[in-house]
Design a binder for this molecule. Structure first.
Ligand code: ADP
Ligand code: MG
Length: 384
């Protein structure tokens, strides 16, 4: 849905023009999975899919929320009644952002909000961060809070962790707030330092496909929590603040110190090798060896499948089929147990690869996946 439609939707609902319209994208993570809560490296880029919000200020302590994508009317909340983990519906995301801003001492006095999003939900493409960041940016603009992009991302993460109650790292919100068109974002999640890495796959005759398996396996939230706890255990056993502090060339020594705790050994090995893969991919992109990142992606998948153990038959089938069909590289992306995979391929192979993935899914009796091309797009911005 375009900005004009969202603006019109606002007028229809609230009977007046909004003060402005903002958008914030979903993201796909090129490499660096489950490293963000280990203070490590990630390299996402923004999708062309965005959450768009039309917003006006209010001064009476009322927050009105409406999403074109959800059944039901306008939700009306009182700002002084907002409290963490009291709301199980989608409104917890935008309300959580308002709560986090006010908790941090920012004078947000109320708002009317209407939004719509083209980011698929629950596909591992971060529709939740798009939703949070678009609201944070709109309120920052309207209430002239003067917050930096990384600060908005932190507040959105706090909204999701504390208010919604979902334990997530900082990658998704930072990607949505800070990515730039034509670039991937190399992000150090410890200090949030960033580097924009030019990524123009089309110019080099390549494409990056996102394959949304449309699968979300049950218990994925609990499994995320278990992996996170296991990583923290590993860091504690090794006497470091976070697994980020284990250097790649010290990995074998570190693993030896973990004795026979097989689970922690696998988790630590994934995180430490994944950080190294991000740095390797950055080096390859910066030296113009773009095709070579394919192998790095594929190695990342093996590590997520075998060491972190968060893949699933659908994701493995995408990766195996793509590689058998000549893709440069492929891996699952996002939290795991469903969601999406990415495939790096020569442009000339895209049609054949897409067909073979679809037919492999049909043969296996899986739901037809949604396949689309991902082009590094702009981060959050004011649209009108
Ligand atoms: P992901 O971020 O991977 O898409 P999450 O479970 O983190 O998945 O977030 C999805 C949730 O975000 C949805 O269940 C819904 O509550 C909220 N959400 C996302 N997009 C919208 C939208 N357009 N309208 C209302 N709620 C949305
Ligand atoms: Mg999310």
């Amino acid at each position: 849905m375009g900005a004009q439609q969202v603006r019109q939707g606002f007028v229809d609902l609230y009977g007046a023009e909004p003060e402005g319209v903002w958008s914030a994208p979903g993201r796909v993570n090129l490499i660096g999975e489950h490293t963000d809560y280990n203070d490590g490296f990630v390299m996402p880029f923004a999708l062309p899919h965005v959450a768009t919000a039309a917003v006006s200020r209010r001064d009476d302590g009322v927050l009105r929320l409406h999403s074109a994508d959800v059944e039901g009317g306008v939700a009306e909340l009182r700002l002084d009644a907002l409290a963490p983990q009291t709301d199980r519906s989608w409104t917890a995301y935008p309300a959580g952002v308002v709560w986090a801003l006010r908790e941090a001492g920012h004078a947000v006095t109320g708002a009317d909000i209407h939004l719509a999003s083209t980011v698929p939900t629950g596909a591992g493409l971060s529709s939740s961060a798009a939703l949070e960041v678009v609201i944070a940016l709109a309120l920052d603009d309207l209430f002239e809070l003067g917050l930096k992009r990384w600060q908005l991302a932190r507040l959105c993460q706090r909204a999701e962790n504390v208010y919604v109650g979902a334990p997530t790292g900082i990658m998704d919100q930072t990607a949505s707030a800070c990515c730039e068109r034509g670039h991937a974002l190399f992000l150090d999640t410890r200090d949030l330092s960033q580097k924009q890495i030019p990524l123009d796959l089309a110019a080099e005759g390549m494409r990056l496909l996102v394959v949304d398996t449309q699968v979300k396996h049950a218990h994925s939230d609990g499994e995320y929590g278990k992996r996170r706890a296991g990583c923290e255990k590993g860091a504690a056993l090794l006497g470091v603040d976070a697994l980020r502090d284990i250097p790649y060339d010290g990995l074998d020594a570190a693993l030896a110190r973990l004795g026979d705790d097989d689970e922690v050994i696998r988790l630590v090995r994934h995180v430490v090798t994944e950080d190294q893969r991000v740095e390797h991919a950055v080096a390859l992109l910066e030296s113009g060896e773009t095709r070579a990142i394919g192998q790095v992606l594929t190695a990342g998948h093996a590590s997520l499948r075998d060491d972190f153990r968060i893949s699933c038959p659908e994701l493995d089938l995408v990766v195996d089929t793509a590689l058998a069909g000549g893709a440069l590289g492929a891996r699952m992306t996002g939290g795991g147990f469903g969601g999406s995979a990415i495939v790096l391929a020569e442009a000339s192979d895209v049609e054949t690869l897409t067909k073979s993935i679809e037919s492999a899914f049909a043969t296996a009796g899986f739901t037809t996946p949604r396949v689309f091309e991902a082009v590094p797009s702009a981060g959050a911005l004011r649209v009108s």
